[in-house]
Design a protein. Structure first.
Length: 112
């Protein structure tokens, strides 16, 4: 009985996820400090006290890059697909492109 409602639940959660992502990003863009493009792309600083600009950058982007994990999970579900030889690679590439794009936006948004 509940299994038939799973696609509806997945769609609702997707909509909630997208709305929340856009809302949080919009709030960060509107209320956050502004920097010039030059500063965002060329200046790096250790404002958290890690002692190294590289280490501070890696630790700062850890949360965003964590979203890139698990891209092979679709391969484990390949046996459930009807046309896995074409649907699975398309799905994995689309998922990776979306994840990498959104992660890039998050990292750049929180850079200054």
């Amino acid at each position: 009985m509940l299994l038939r409602k799973l696609p509806l639940f997945e769609h609702i959660m997707l909509v909630i996820h997208v709305i929340t992502f856009v809302t949080v990003l919009t709030i960060l863009w509107v209320m956050g400090d502004r920097s010039s493009s030059y500063v965002v792309w060329t200046e790096f600083g250790d404002y958290s006290g890690w002692g190294s600009n590289g280490l501070a950058m890696l630790v700062g982007s850890l949360g965003a890059s964590g979203s890139l994990l698990g891209s092979d999970s679709a391969a484990h579900l390949a046996e459930e697909l009807t046309d896995a030889s074409s649907a699975l690679p398309r799905s994995m590439i689309t998922t990776a492109a979306v994840k990498y794009s959104l992660t890039f936006i998050i990292v750049v948004s929180k850079s200054h």
